[in-house]
Design a protein around this ligand. Structure first.
Ligand code: NAD
Ligand code: TYD
Length: 340
């Protein structure tokens, strides 16, 4: 495994993964294959191009385009694929589910077909804890059944099932990680943490859904990348690994932490109408990946502190996004008149 194709590598987690892998493995070459949707951004890879240009290439393409996927694999002599490409925001999946089903299900199928045709060494699917559905008590194990409740999680579950099918039916060497909510540098400011941090910096309201008691297992993105690396090298083919801290934080406590770090008043919190079908809690049992030797390097407190600091120090990255027409239109559609 030396020539990786990282699909969706211009997004949040994918770009952190590319940076992490090129820094760690001097012998690796990475080709990022990305459609550059609103969430894909070459600014995320600016330093990668500068620091690792000789071992890094970018291909602009759609994972649903089988001919383009095959051409990229052939041209760059790819031996393994790590798939981050997806439509990823739950709220958008409620407004426009088509793109979720197209990329997250059909796109996964196209990549698996290519992995089969080229006899790739590994196909790794980056999945999510959301496939288990809301877990009001206890913790999800990899063997649990899936109870998806949003078009996003249903599409991701479809991708996972296809991976298992290609492993079972065609011996495609598949691994899957199901990660919890990531936070850190380069996260598009539609997701709650970068949205709240950047709004708070500008003294704008923080739109908190419902009563704020929903829980997420927020983990630092680089820890997640390290976990994927561990599964790539030590994971068992055909296996699924949960990947998160294994400790949940209520949204209201996450919001207080952001405001406290920035020294901003709690009066910035604006309660808004809840998300339809809002999953109250995700919680992972992470003993399987811990048995491979992986453990997170950041507690929630450290992760949120580092994340807030990055957005404070990198306005060059998020201000152009937030002032753009696409973002402004989305923000209006999503939040206007939603106050309760
Ligand atoms: P993101 O939205 O920041 O990035 C997605 C990337 O995929 C973008 O660069 C986009 O241009 C690209 N893309 C979208 N459709 C494509 C297509 N048809 N063809 C090629 N490229 C396409 O997402 P993210 O937060 O970095 O998430 C990456 C992966 O990790 C996703 O599969 C997501 O389901 C999973 N995941 C995310 C989280 C999280 O907290 N963000 C947690 C667990 C798992
Ligand atoms: P989000 O970042 O969209 O991730 P996901 O829903 O995939 O876990 O949301 C994280 C939590 O924050 C979720 O419980 C919904 C909540 N939330 C808000 O309260 N306000 C917001 O504006 C957003 C985007 C999310």
């Amino acid at each position: 495994m030396q020539n990786l194709m990282v699909t969706g590598g211009a997004g949040f987690i994918g770009s952190n993964f590319v940076r992490y892998m090129l820094q760690k493995y001097a012998g690796y070459r990475i080709v990022v294959y990305d459609k550059l949707t609103y969430a894909g951004n070459l600014d995320n890879l600016k330093d990668v191009q500068r620091d690792f240009g000789a071992r890094y290439a970018f291909v602009h393409g759609d994972v649903c385009d089988a001919a383009a996927v095959r051409a990229a694999i052939h041209q760059h002599q790819v031996d393994s694929v790590v798939n981050f490409a997806a439509a990823t925001h739950v709220d958008r999946s409620l407004m426009e589910p088509d793109e979720f089903i197209r990329t997250d299900v059909f796109g996964t199928h196209v990549l698996l077909e290519a992995a089969k045709a080229f006899g790739l060494e590994r196909y790794h699917q980056v999945s999510t804890d959301e496939v288990y559905g809301e877990v009001l008590e206890g913790r999800s194990r990899e063997t649990d059944s899936l109870h998806t409740r949003s078009p996003y999680s249903a599409s991701k579950a479809g991708g996972d099932m296809l991976c298992i099918a290609y492993y079972t039916s065609f011996d495609v060497p598949v691994t899957i990680t199901r990660g919890s909510n990531n936070i850190g540098p380069y996260q598009y400011p539609e997701k709650v943490v970068p949205l709240f941090v950047t709004n708070a910096i500008d003294d704008q309201p923080l739109p908190l859904y419902g009563d704020g008691s929903q829980m997420r297992d927020y983990q630092y993105v680089v820890d997640h990348c390290e976990g994927i690396d561990v599964v790539l090298h030590q994971g068992e083919i055909g296996e699924i690994y949960n990947l998160g801290i294994g400790a949940e934080t209520r949204n209201i406590d996450m919001t207080h932490a952001i405001l406290d770090i920035l020294g901003k008043p709690r009066s910035l919190i604006q309660p808004v109408k809840d998300r339809p079908g809002h999953d109250r809690r995700y919680a992972l049992d992470v003993s399987k990946i811990r048995a491979l030797g992986w453990e997170p390097n950041h507690s929630f407190e450290e992760a949120i502190e580092d994340t807030v600091r990055w957005y404070v120090e990198n306005e060059w990255w998020w201000r152009p996004i937030k002032s753009g027409v696409h973002y402004q239109q989305y923000y209006q559609q999503q939040y206007q008149g939603r106050e309760v």
